[in-house]
Design a protein around this ligand. Structure first.
Ligand SMILES: [Zn+2]
Length: 288
C-alpha cells in the first residue's frame, strides 16, 4: 500500500489511502451532522416563533371577542331600558306588557349553558340572542304604533267639543212640551241666527237636507259607530260626502223646522242610539 508522509505541526506522520478515506468520512459526517443540527435548530426556532405568533394572535382574538361580548352586554342593558319604557307605553295605550322571560329568551331562542361552550360559540349565541330580543322588541314597538294610531283615529272620531256657542235651553232626555212629556234626543243651544256651527269630531258628511221638524240639518258619520246631527240651521257650508275636521264650520244657527227661536239641536248617536251629548264634551273643550 502506498504511503505518504505529511507534517502536522512538528510531527511527521505517515498516512495511507485508508487514513485519507476515514478522515474524509469523518469530515463529511461532521459536516452533515452539523448541517442537520443547524437545520433542526432553525426549524425549531421557526416553529417556536410561529407558535408564539399564533398564541399572541389567539390572545388578541380572545380579547377582541371578550370586548364584543362586553358590548353585547351593554346593548342588552340598553335593551332592558327600552323594554321598560315600552312596557310603560303599552300600559298607557291599553296593551298587555311584554313577558320579561319570553322577551329575554327571544323568539325561537333557547336558554344557553354558558359554561359548556367555547368563547366563539358564546359570541355566536350571544349575537343570536341579541338579534332575537331586538326582533321581539321591534315587533312590540310596531304593535304599540298600530295601537296608538288606532286610538288616535278613535279620539279624532269621538265628538268632544261644543258644536256652537250660546245658552243650553234644553238638555237630553224627557222634557215638558206644551203640557205633554216628550223625549228629547239631543241638546238645544240658543244664540243668534248665523252663529257658526262646527263639526265636533272629524268625519264624512252623510246628510245635508231639510228633515221635517229638524229643519235644515247636517249629519256627520265619524266612524267607529259615532254620528252627530246638527238641526235648525239657517244655512250650511258643506256638501254631501265632504270630509270635515273637528272644529271646522259646517253651517250656521237658524230657526228652521219646528223651532220657537234661533237655536241648534245637537245630537250624538252611537251605533244608531241617541246618547247625552254632554257626556261627549270634554270639560273646557270649548270651540269659542
Ligand atoms: Zn232639540
Amino acid at each position: 500500500m502506498k504511503y505518504w508522509t505529511v507534517c502536522i505541526g512538528e510531527k511527521i506522520v505517515r498516512i495511507n489511502l485508508v487514513h485519507i478515506v476515514v478522515a474524509m468520512s469523518i469530515v463529511v459526517c461532521t459536516f452533515f451532522s452539523s448541517t442537520f443540527t443547524v437545520f433542526q435548530f432553525v426549524n425549531s426556532s421557526i416553529h417556536k416563533a410561529n407558535f408564539f405568533k399564533q398564541k399572541k394572535k389567539n390572545e388578541q382574538l380572545t380579547t377582541s371577542i371578550q370586548k364584543m361580548l362586553n358590548n353585547i352586554n351593554v346593548l342588552n342593558v340598553k335593551l332592558d331600558s327600552l323594554v321598560n319604557i315600552d312596557n310603560k307605553n303599552r300600559l298607557v295605550w291599553g296593551l298587555d306588557t311584554i313577558d320579561e322571560d319570553l322577551e329575554k329568551l327571544g323568539v325561537g331562542g333557547a336558554k344557553i349553558q354558558w359554561s359548556s361552550i367555547g368563547i366563539v360559540d358564546k359570541l355566536t349565541e350571544s349575537l343570536q340572542a341579541l338579534k332575537n330580543r331586538t326582533d321581539f322588541v321591534a315587533q312590540s314597538f310596531d304593535d304599540l304604533a298600530h295601537s296608538i294610531n288606532r286610538t288616535e283615529k278613535i279620539l279624532n272620531a269621538t265628538p268632544s267639543v261644543w258644536p256652537t256657542q250660546g245658552v243650553v235651553t234644553s238638555n237630553f232626555g224627557w222634557r215638558k212640551m206644551g203640557g205633554a212629556s216628550e223625549s228629547h234626543s239631543g241638546m238645544d243651544i240658543a244664540d243668534n241666527v248665523g252663529t257658526p256651527v262646527v263639526a265636533t269630531a272629524s268625519g264624512i258628511i252623510t246628510k245635508v237636507e231639510y228633515a221635517g221638524r229638524l229643519g235644515l240639518c247636517v249629519e256627520i258619520d265619524h266612524g267607529f259607530g259615532y254620528r252627530t246631527i246638527y238641526g235648525h240651521l239657517s244655512r250650511t257650508k258643506v256638501e254631501l260626502y265632504q270630509k270635515v275636521n273637528r272644529n271646522e264650520v259646517i253651517g250656521y244657527m237658524g230657526n228652521t223646522g219646528r223651532s220657537t227661536g234661533p237655536h241648534l239641536h245637537y245630537e250624538v248617536k252611537i251605533s244608531g242610539e241617541s246618547s247625552p251629548p254632554l257626556n261627549y264634551i270634554i270639560p273646557g273643550a270649548t270651540t269659542y
